[in-house]
Design a protein around this ligand. Structure first.
Ligand code: SF4
Ligand SMILES: [Zn+2]
Length: 163
């Protein structure tokens, strides 16, 4: 064990960052983005949505409610395992992409927060992955040690027998 490992053992362990519930803010951002997009492209006004956007938004909101990642979910527009289905995911991402530019102009704080929330969720995921890799390494070390001991012990017992 190196000196750094020894120091790390003595120092109090840092608590992992608590996951924040950014889901309500994300939902609000999505609703507003849909409103801006639909108003600009489908002839609607006052953040009201056309039937097609309404249907898509309803699906998205329902899926978010049942999201398998819970409150530590990534933002849906950068999710690696989108659950909306192929076509709705494509449409959703296209709306979010073009709507976010408008969001930056009309709701800059919300747009920046949305981006930060996405980065935060990515960071939390990175921490989780790191932790599970460390656990896996520990497990491997234990198995390795057991394996080595299994081969050492017969020799020792033979030596003892000779005596
Ligand atoms: S797209 Fe991803 S993050 Fe969004 S609700 Fe579905 S699984 Fe959750
Ligand atoms: Zn629309």
């Amino acid at each position: 064990m190196g000196i750094l490992d020894k120091i790390k053992k003595i120092l109090p362990k840092r608590k992992p960052p608590e996951p924040q519930n950014n889901v309500p803010k994300e939902k609000e951002n999505i609703r507003k983005t849909f409103g801006l997009y639909c108003n600009a492209n489908h002839g609607t006004t006052d953040n009201k949505l056309c039937p097609k956007c309404t249907a898509l938004l309803t699906t998205v909101m329902l899926k978010i409610k049942r999201c398998p990642y819970g409150i530590s979910k990534p933002i849906c527009d950068s999710c690696e395992t989108p659950c909306f289905g192929e076509v709705p995911t494509r449409e959703f991402r296209s709306i979010m992409k073009s709507g976010q530019k408008k969001m930056l102009l009309s709701h800059p704080l919300m747009a920046v927060r949305h981006k930060l929330a996405g980065l935060g969720a990515d960071y939390a995921k990175m921490q989780r992955d790191k932790k599970s890799t460390e656990k896996q390494k520990e497990q491997e070390e234990k198995v390795k040690a057991k394996f080595e001991n299994a081969f050492k012990s017969p020799k020792k017992s033979k030596k003892r027998k000779k005596k």
